[in-house]
Ligand binder design. Structure first.
Ligand SMILES: Nc1ncnc2c1ncn2[C@@H]1O[C@H](COP(=O)(O)OP(=O)(O)OP(=O)(O)O)[C@@H](O)[C@H]1O
Length: 282
């Protein structure tokens, strides 16, 4: 679906923003592109969606160059941008009907039904976007990305600005899209989204990919094999980290009562820091 080989890009001479990215995204996959601010995520997405040209190396979507603008290229991709590009003086319905009009009638989804699926407040359907909260604008932007049933979805920070139940709903909708066979390129620094949704993730830092695998494999590779044990000893509550191998027979410390044992599994963010030496929010 997406094939990127040795992709390089510079905004100004002498400084490379993308320094030789190579990766492939399979049909029907949710592929996470994770990195801290300024690492090159949006630049990569802009190249793949045909907004930015002038790159070196190879970038192919459906076997085509994204900046060659073949007639049907844009109708096959849906994009949720980091910042909502909506007409703020128009309502949600007018925005969506306008964007839908760019696509063949056979591909268009019903704007009102899409907004209902996204739990958009009915009373705001005909009010201007300028009166919407951040979460409402995000819902309209998601509807805009889905309005023409794209084969490939680019989602840049889809759950940003949403409350926890909105984020759960968006994750459900993204999974539903995947079930229908849509491929998803998810750009984010939200670890929970990446861990819950992605089949594979790539870690990008300073314009380079440092690791690429399934979230589970990445976590297993760097598994600390440690357990955190909480116990009572001489009426005092204590917590220690112990290697799992040392727990196989007896607890290697004096205790009166074990209260809990938890294996210390690294989070995707721990792994990211181990690979790149940086946190995801810098
Ligand atoms: N139009 C531009 N002109 C010059 N430099 C730019 C431009 N857009 C981005 N950059 C620079 O390129 C680098 C990568 O930016 P990019 O927006 O791709 O990062 P990002 O990983 O998407 O960050 P964020 O998480 O903040 O969105 C940054 O150093 C940024 O300042």
């Amino acid at each position: 679906m997406i094939d990127v080989k040795n992709l390089r890009f510079s905004y100004k001479k002498g400084h490379e923003t993308l320094r030789g990215l190579t990766f492939a995204v399979d049909d029907g996959e949710i592929f996470g592109f994770l990195g801290p601010n300024g690492s090159g995520k949006s630049t990569t997405q802009k190249i793949l969606t045909g907004i930015l040209g002038g790159y070196c190396g190879e970038a192919l979507l459906f076997g085509q160059k994204p900046d060659a603008h073949p007639m049907d290229f844009r109708s096959q991709i849906g994009v949720l941008f980091e910042f909502p590009y909506l007409y703020t003086n128009l309502s949600a319905l007018d925005n969506l009907n306008y964007f839908a009009s760019f696509y063949p009638a056979g591909r268009r989804r019903n704007a009102a039904e899409l907004l209902e699926m996204l739990e958009f407040k009915k009373e705001f359907l005909r009010k201007p976007v300028s009166s919407y909260s951040k979460g409402m604008r995000q819902r309209v932007s998601m509807a805009r990305a889905l309005i023409h049933n794209p084969r490939l979805l680019f989602l840049d920070e889809p759950t940003s600005g949403l409350d926890p139940s909105g984020a759960v709903l968006f994750r459900k909708i993204i999974e539903e899209e995947r079930r229908k066979g849509t491929t998803v390129f998810l750009t984010t620094h939200n670890m929970l989204d990446a861990d819950l949704l992605c089949d594979r993730v790539a870690f990008i830092a300073d314009g380079e990919i440092n690791a690429l695998d399934t979230p589970q494999k990445l976590k297993e590779q760097k598994n600390s094999n440690m357990a955190e044990v909480t116990y009572l000893y001489e009426n005092k509550r204590c917590t220690v980290s112990v290697e799992l191998s040392r727990l196989s027979r007896v607890f290697p410390f004096p205790h009166d009562k074990i209260i809990s044992i938890h294996t210390k599994e690294p989070t995707l963010e721990d792994i990211f820091i181990q690979y790149t030496g940086k946190g995801l929010i810098s």
